[in-house]
Design a binder for this molecule. Structure first.
Ligand code: NAD
Length: 457
């Protein structure tokens, strides 16, 4: 395994050193090939996502396929400009000179991706790595085996195999890859494995981007259009892989007095979305595997938690399905509130005043995304100024990820580094400082002997 990993990196390094990945034409050709792959093999991608997660085809299209295509076309459009050296003021101290920042490819990079959006989370960083002129290995998640196999089959049919490779596998294969020297590792997944990745990278002083998770809060104020808010909240939770999404709202915070109205509205929305028997709905993804199914059902097994269910709670182990489930005022020291849920449970925490929700969020680790629903401008400002988070969105859920002008990434426990749009290009580039001088502008004071006379100048 170690030998195979070494051979893969060796081949890519030779291609990189030969300068294959640097020309804009090569980068654009690979990006165009990926667009073609997405267009021509959309059905294969949709089928793989359905096999892995029973992902509804509309979700596969909206959240993975169309976003991947958009990321690629955005990079194609921006590429020439992004690659241009960025001229900056030279300053009088270095006169005469010109100064510029040159975006340099890092070299050979590793992308390790997660199972929940197994297509987008794999191809999106690969697009950034290619745009920035790197050779790249993609290691998809073994927990989404159909999508992993699809990548191993399709990508080589479209892109330059001497510079872009897919390595499938689980822990042993990833460990062997991590032992190699890379120029950057881009990892998406849990914080626990993120620590393993960072420790492995440290041995070679390899920089990392860690796209991790955490508990994303959603504050719901009473000053809202409640029906619209609940539709957006519900689609951002259950319409995103049935809650198995890093930016799905993990829990809601509202006031004690508003909670009953909120729960009623949410129930009505859920009934409209998924019917009276959500386990039979084709519009809900299943849980990815039985390990995760049991991890999730264990979270609500405890009587103390189960009695807090105000909607849903049905499960079907055979189909690995769990219905959208809402819980009110669960004890804060139970697993549901102490770990990332990453599934269809939505606990609602209540506070006396809506402003208290900000302290509640800030008593926990910094989330990947934080949401607020309110018409109150002052509360919006308070939220934006005082809640540290990877990203935030007011009056909707998850959509910030679709704007390529915004960086996507975590902070603190939710990760480090960001990507999307030009941020992806920057993530896989070194910003090289370049100063070019002429031979004029000699200042005597610069050169020894340092006489007192020179100091006076
Ligand atoms: P996962 O189990 O698919 O693991 C992610 C990757 O790590 C896989 O490729 C896997 O092979 C590899 N891996 C697992 N164990 C390893 C080990 N011991 N050594 C080396 N590599 C190993 O995914 P996951 O961790 O279950 O993903 C869920 C987490 O990811 C959640 O916390 C979620 O919030 C987070 N996530 C974050 C983002 C984001 O963009 N920030 C996106 C999706 C998921």
């Amino acid at each position: 395994m170690a030998e195979e990993a070494k051979a893969v990196v060796g081949e890519l390094r030779a291609s990189f050193k030969a300068g294959r990945t640097r020309p804009a034409e090569w980068r654009a050709a690979q990006l165009r090939a990926i667009v073609r792959m997405v267009e021509e093999r959309e059905q294969d991608i949709t089928d793989a996502l359905h096999a892995d997660l029973a992902k509804p085809s509309m979700e596969s299209y909206l959240h993975e396929i169309s976003l991947a295509k958009a990321a690629c076309t955005f990079a194609l459009k921006g590429l020439k400009n992004w690659m241009k050296p960025n001229k900056v003021p030279a300053g009088v101290t270095t006169f005469p000179s010109t100064a510029q920042i040159v975006s340099e490819p890092l070299g050979v990079v590793l992308v390790i991706s997660a199972w929940n959006y197994p297509f987008l989370l794999s191809i999106d960083p690969v697009i950034g790595a290619i745009a920035a002129g790197n050779a790249v290995v993609l290691k998809p998640s073994e927990i989404a085996p159909a999508t992993s196999a699809m990548f191993a089959k399709l990508l080589p049919e479209y892109v330059d195999n001497s510079c872009i490779k897919v390595v499938e596998g689980s822990v042993p294969e990833t460990t062997a890859l991590l032992e190699q020297k890379w120029d950057k590792i881009f990892y998406t997944g849990s914080g626990n494995v993120g620590r393993i990745v960072m420790a492995a990278a440290a041995k070679h002083l390899t920089p990392v981007a860690l796209e991790l998770g955490g508990k994303c809060p959603a504050i719901v104020d009473s000053n809202v259009d409640l029906h619209v808010a609940m539709k957006r909240l519900a689609v951002g939770k259950w319409g995103c892989n049935n809650g198995q999404a890093c930016i799905a709202p993990d829990y809601v915070i509202t006031t004690k007095s508003f909670a009953p109205e909120l729960v009623d509205s949410l129930k009505r929305v859920l009934e409209r979305f998924y019917g009276e028997d959500p386990l039979q709905s084709a519009d809900l993804s299943r849980i990815v595997n039985s390990n995760h199914f049991h991890r999730l059902t264990n979270l609500v097994e405890d009587k103390e938690v189960a009695q807090k269910i105000v909607y849903g709670g049905q499960t079907d182990e055979k189909q690995l399905k769990i219905a959208p489930t809402v819980l009110l005022d669960v004890p804060l020291d139970t697993g549901l509130m102490t770990s990332e849920i990453f599934g269809p449970f939505l606990p609602i925490v209540t506070v006396d005043k809506i402003e208290d929700s900000i302290d509640f969020i800030n008593s926990k680790t910094k989330p990947l995304a934080a949401y607020l629903f309110t018409k109150d401008k002052k509360l919006q400002d308070n939220f934006v100024s005082n809640v540290p988070a990877g990203g935030m969105l007011v009056n909707d859920v998850a959509l910030h990820l679709a704007n390529p002008h915004l960086p996507f990434g975590g902070v603190g426990d939710s990760g480090m580094g960001s990507y999307h749009g030009k941020f992806s290009f920057d993530c896989f580039s070194h910003k090289k400082a370049v100063l070019i001088r002429g031979f004029g502008g000699e200042a005597k004071a610069r050169y020894p002997p340092y006489t007192t006379e020179k100091q006076k100048i």
